[in-house]
Design a protein around this ligand. Structure first.
Ligand code: KG4
Ligand code: ZN
Length: 330
């Protein structure tokens, strides 16, 4: 059985996304970023589920129409089955299982982080294994040795907040709406330097490589509390830049250390925070042409990466039926 046409579905958090892949390449990929959470300063799980439910069917019809294919033309439907918000995952998984039951299109489950790693393959299909993957998103910050698709060794992970979470929490302190990563990125880009401002960040101690971002968030909070409000509003770009330098410094330091310890030349940087300009520039300076990033549209949550993961699995004969789990390890 060949799986030429794959319908991808992603609903693990606050993005509703549907894509059609033909032979591993996206024909159409559409993502609806739920705006309803902005008023609450973070994702509200119940609101996320309802928004997915309201959107998924309409979005799927739009994507199929744009790709000029019918649902019956699909060979496989690939859906994120974890980790993520339980109610949000349930909408995508139920939708995929419904297509399986009604149209006889086989449904396959995809791990969300495997999807992020496979985002890099959408435009760089020939990355040699093994490679190092830095997965940096709103929910995860970890380094994996990728021996093959389906075979991962976790080398380092965060002991508290994810990097994206730090961007969002610091953004809230600085008055940016949720999610704040992109706004901080843009604001930091307006500063020529951090103007002498610097924030401390935890380093790995001992042999184990770890990330930690909650202390950094607290350091920014204390800094803003003691600073003059006019100074803060006039120097917001420099403050954002100093915060970014701390986050990016930690990500690049651990990635470089992991690459050297495990003798890995190629680094794939993926997840929402991989859209960050300073991170892309710094990893490229550290690794040159062997630092690989998905294009911006495929860094944040999207269904094309989920469909691509299923495509890779299909080729290896390791497709699995969806087994929804809000907290499954990779
Ligand atoms: O991968 P993603 O869409 O969702 C999760 O799986 O969590 O990542 C979303 C995260 C948010 O925290 C958002 O603020 C962050 O990615 N983000 C960025 C940038 N664009 C999105 N962080 C830093 N710089 C960016 N340009
Ligand atoms: Zn994600």
């Amino acid at each position: 059985m060949t799986f030429s046409r794959i319908l991808g579905i992603e609903t693990s958090c606050d993005e509703t996304s549907v894509a059609v892949l033909y032979d591993g390449a996206p024909m159409v990929s559409r993502t609806y970023s739920q705006v309803a959470h902005s008023a609450f300063g973070g994702v509200v799980p119940e609101v996320a589920s309802r928004e997915h439910l309201r959107t998924i069917d309409i979005l799927a019809q739009e994507v199929l129409r744009e790709a000029k294919v019918g649902i019956a033309d699909m060979d496989l439907v690939a859906v994120t089955d974890g980790p993520g918000l339980a109610g949000a995952l349930l909408v995508g998984v139920s939708f995929a299982l419904g297509l399986d039951r009604s149209y006889g299109i086989r449904a396959a489950g995809v791990h969300h982080l495997e999807g992020h790693i496979c985002a890099a393959l959408l435009e760089h299909g020939d990355i040699p294994f093994p490679f190092l993957a830095l997965v940096v998103s709103g929910g995860h910050t970890a380094l994996y040795r990728v021996d093959d698709i389906g075979s991962y060794v976790c080398i380092a992970q965060t002991v508290d907040d994810a990097a994206g979470e730090a961007f969002d929490k610091v953004g809230k302190l600085l008055g940016f709406p949720y999610p704040a990563g992109r706004a901080i990125d843009e604001e930091a880009g307006r500063a020529k330097s951090a103007e002498g401002i610097s924030f401390p960040i935890a380093r790995s101690t001992g042999k184990e490589l770890t990330f930690s971002f909650s202390g950094l968030k607290t350091a920014v909070k204390y800094y803003l509390e003691q600073a003059d409000s006019q100074f803060v509003s006039e120097h917001r770009p420099a403050i954002c830049r100093a915060f970014e330098e701390a986050v990016v410094g930690s990500l690049v330091r651990n990635t470089t250390e992991a690459a050297s310890r495990y003798n890995l030349d190629t680094v794939v940087c993926t997840g929402g925070v991989a859209a960050n300009g300073m991170l892309r520039t710094s990893l490229t300076s550290a690794f040159g042409g062997t630092a690989i990033f998905p294009s911006l549209a495929y860094c944040t949550d999207n269904a094309a990466m989920i469909a691509r993961a299923a495509y890779e699995r299909a080729h290896r004969g390791i497709l699995c039926a969806p087994r929804m789990s809000p907290s499954k390890p990779l």
